[in-house]
Design a binder for this molecule. Structure first.
Ligand code: SF4
Length: 232
């Protein structure tokens, strides 16, 4: 499918979602994919609220992009922060960088800094949108364009599912959309600064995320779980 057709299909899916769901939100990660969605939503004046999860450990470049977004786009955007008491408890038990010690401790940190704020951001909403793509890695190869999110009891839409990396970059360049400068330094997938490294040619697109773990563990819990790892 040509890019122009993918854009039309994505736009049609977004427009249909606006009709279907009275409270529709976009979980904007500020990654390259999500900048495509930001641009499409803003340019087409779609009534979709954006939210960003600020984990407190994001790279400085991501904060720069967030600031740019505020200046460039007329969008309804809210930033969610972690619950400070949960962060303090985590750090007291595991240390400031406890996430390097084990998958369980890493998921515990992701729960406190991402999953719990996500739950708050989705409370009272009818459906949410993500920029996930099938091509990104093994954990995303079986996604559907619209799927039931059991953890949050609402539909989750993935309108860029069939876009290839080249499509994303063609769109960003042709439309002069701002993006995180770390992408130009071989960071195809961005997250928290201590848990993201650059990739080398031929590596999986998400190989730089939690690079010390096996590929099948490489999700932060935003798309798979809603309770604290290890909790009953
Ligand atoms: S990506 Fe790393 S720093 Fe960020 S929430 Fe997860 S474990 Fe914590």
């Amino acid at each position: 499918m040509k890019l122009v057709d993918k854009i039309a299909a994505t736009l049609a899916q977004l427009q249909e979602a606006v009709e279907l769901y009275p409270k529709l939100v976009f979980a904007n990660s500020l990654g390259a994919e999500d900048m495509v969605l930001t641009d499409l939503i803003a340019k087409n004046s779609l009534s979709i609220r954006h939210f960003v999860l600020d984990t407190g450990r994001l790279p400085e470049e991501t904060y720069g992009l967030l600031d740019k977004l505020h200046d460039l786009y007329l969008i309804d955007l809210q930033v969610y922060f972690p619950d400070h008491s949960l962060v303090e408890e985590y750090v007291a038990r595991h240390g400031i960088n406890g996430f390097y010690r084990s998958v369980e401790e890493r998921k515990g940190c992701c729960f406190v800094r991402k999953v719990e704020p996500l739950r708050r951001a989705l409370t009272g909403q009818s459906a949410w949108i993500t920029g996930q793509r099938r091509e990104q890695n093994v954990t995303r190869s079986r996604l559907a364009a619209c799927e039931w999110d059991d953890a949050h009891s609402m539909y989750k839409l993935n309108p860029l599912l069939e876009w290839r990396t080249a499509d994303i970059w063609q769109y960003l360049r042709e439309n002069a959309v701002p993006y995180n400068p770390l992408h130009d330094r071989f960071y195809p997938s961005l997250g928290c600064a201590p848990c993201t490294r650059a990739v080398t040619p031929g590596e999986d697109l998400r190989a730089g995320r939690w690079w010390w773990e096996n590929p099948e563990n490489k999700e932060c819990g935003l798309h798979v779980a809603s309770r604290m790892p290890g909790a009953a």
